[in-house]
Design a binder for this molecule. Sequence first.
Ligand SMILES: [Zn+2]
Length: 47
Amino acid sequence: MDEERRTDEADLGGDPVCWLNRVCMECGRFAAEPGDRCAECGADLPD
Ligand SMILES: [Zn+2]
């Protein structure tokens, strides 16, 4: 069980909150890199 939990955390980058900054507020697309503009609609991503 511990190994499964460790794998899930690794997929989230260790911080479940950080990926929220990569989701476009306009179209909901997940950006590959944070702190940039959405590759789909060009909207500014939340920092
Ligand atoms: Zn977008």
